[in-house]
Design a protein around this ligand. Structure first.
Ligand SMILES: [Zn+2]
Length: 227
């Protein structure tokens, strides 16, 4: 008997989306729920995600795995990852995104993976950075190095939902800081985040990273909110 089968006798493993028992080779989410997620099929150059950054900051390529709508399974899964300690789902979906990344002509040339950092106070509260969990999954598939120390978030921002775009940008501007530029110099960096909504966090982080000599930045998000 495999250890996993043994453990599941005592701790049945359920699908995080529908609650049904998982069968062999299913991880965190059952096959039915996984194929029902609204997969995004556009790739790197020229896609709606790239369009979000036009006139704001230069991005090499951008990828998102699934559409994100209010009340959707995807929102439920991201909530589980962010607030309920369900790290496995982030790492698993990150791994699937990593497989897509390696099939994309621009994205497969990334040199390193860099998750959007959280402010230390938030790490203390939550215990982990959900973007780092996703990045670990991406790393498993791409075999590219993970950098979690060069970029830091040194200003804690308030919830941004009620601010106008301009204020939001003001608020996020200078939030990030590069404390160790050496490993980033001349590199094509893949910035990883959980959900992209306004894009202002990724925009600010990209600006900060592009200040390091000869860097290129691409973006990978698990979910793309279109509301
Ligand atoms: Zn399910």
């Amino acid at each position: 008997m495999f250890i996993k089968d043994f453990i599941s006798l005592f701790y049945p493993i359920y699908c995080l989306a529908c609650g049904k028992n998982l069968v062999k080779n299913e991880e965190c989410i059952c096959t039915h729920c996984l194929v029902s997620l609204p997969k995004i099929n556009f790739y790197s150059n020229e896609n709606p995600l790239m369009d979000k950054f036009i006139g704001r900051v230069y991005i090499e390529a951008a990828i998102a795995s699934y559409y994100f709508k209010k009340g959707s399974t995807m929102q439920h899964l991201m909530h589980q990852l962010k607030y309920k300690g369900q790290k496995n789902i982030g790492e698993y979906l990150g791994l699937l995104m990593g497989i897509d990344i390696m099939e994309d002509d621009t994205l497969k040339s990334i040199d390193l993976i860099l998750p959007i950092p959280l402010h230390p106070n938030k790490i203390k509260k939550r215990g982990y950075n959900q973007s780092e969990i996703i990045a670990k999954g991406v790393q498993k598939a791409t075999k590219k190095p993970l950098n979690t120390h060069s970029l830091v978030r040194h200003i804690e921002t308030d919830t941004q939902t009620k601010r106008s775009h301009y204020n939001r940008w003001e608020n996020i501007h200078n939030v990030f800081k590069v404390i160790d530029p050496k490993p980033l110099e001349g590199k094509h960096i893949l910035l990883v985040d959980d959900v992209i909504t306004t894009g202002s966090t990724l925009e600010a982080a990209t600006h900060t990273l592009l200040a390091v000599p000869n860097t290129k930045v691409s973006i990978a998000c698990l979910a793309f909110a279109t509301f």
